[in-house]
Design a protein around this ligand. Structure first.
Ligand code: LHQ
Length: 254
């Protein structure tokens, strides 16, 4: 259901229900939440990739899970919200490797990640309004912050199918890689990030999250505090030394 593999500092979590385009069941969401919690504790993990098995990334909620009964929506969303909150508070970069279609809460999950890379074959659909729902899993928070209110309103109400190139033009994804080389390119991208100054990345994430609901004055204060922390790191010393010696730095995430 959820595959896990740790290699070269990158923990890859693969949603593995390909027969339903990796639609989410409560079980899959809980497994994902647990894996993210463990990733936070494991020092060997310096970046996390979430991707999908088969031809989809995730088609969102498994619409067969509640067949014949009414879901308790608010209660069910706790499974989603735990995942979204763990991504937001995880001090490590989380990359969505969108290998195929991302719809509904599958797209919400991708948008909650820090970076998104897409296969040229990927398709993006907000999908909620197509089944007369409102979005969940933070999409009304993340989407307007990425594309602005006007585009978010359009994407959420009309729910068009966007190609990877359209998603790139909107800033919904950071990179598009050709379908045939996607897995390899996405891995290389994630490994490059895992080799980076990941302690500094962690504090950049905290600063950006804080700035979403803070005044300039508060942000300036928080930046100064975080600068003290990164300024005393081994990686900062290595970064300056490497610059002075005109060589590439070797960061350790400390
Ligand atoms: C699926 C699904 C799926 C089950 C494809 N479930 N089987 C939260 C709380 C509580 C309730 C409700 O929702 C939420 C959050 C949400 O995420 S709401 C949004 C839910 N997702 C959708 O509405 C998307 C539904 N899927 C689609 O519109 C299409 O499948 C897309 C556009 C994603 C892909 O289209 P195609 O590439 O043409 O593939 P397909 O439709 O042929 O699907 C392939 C198989 O996957 C098929 O099974 P089958 O046995 O017929 O081969 C689908 O039934 C199954 N599948 N999505 N969400």
């Amino acid at each position: 259901m959820l595959q896990q593999a740790l290699e070269n500092g990158v923990l890859t979590l693969t949603l593995n229900r390909p027969e339903s385009l990796n639609a989410f069941t409560s079980e899959l969401l809980d497994a994902l939440a647990d894996a993210l919690k463990e990733a936070g504790k494991n020092e060997a993990v310096r970046a996390v990739v979430i991707t999908g098995a088969g031809r989809g990334f995730s088609a969102g909620q498994d619409l067969k899970e509640f067949q014949g009964r009414e879901p308790a929506f608010r209660q069910h969303l706790r499974h989603y919200n735990r995942v979204i909150e763990r991504i937001a508070t995880l001090d490590k970069p989380v990359i969505a490797a969108v290998n195929g279609v991302a719809a509904g809460a599958g797209l919400s999950l991708a948008l909650a990640c820090d970076l998104r890379v897409a296969s040229s074959a990927a398709v993006f659909i907000t999908a909620f309004s197509r089944i007369a729902l409102v979005p969940d899993s933070g999409m009304t928070y993340t989407l307007p912050r990425i594309v602005g209110y006007a585009k978010a309103y359009e994407l959420l109400t009309l729910s068009p199918k966007l190609s990877a190139e359209e998603a790139l033009a909107l800033g919904l994804v950071n990179r598009v890689f050709p379908e045939a080389a996607f897995a390899e390119k996405a891995r290389a991208f994630a490994e490059e990030i895992a080799q980076g100054p990941t302690k500094s990345y962690a504090l950049i994430k905290r600063l950006l999250k804080k700035s979403a609901a803070a005044t300039l004055e508060e942000v300036l204060e928080y930046e100064a505090y975080m600068q003290e922390l990164t300024g005393r790191s081994e990686d900062h010393k290595e970064g300056v030394q490497a610059f002075l010696e005109k060589r590439a730095p070797e960061f350790k995430g400390r």
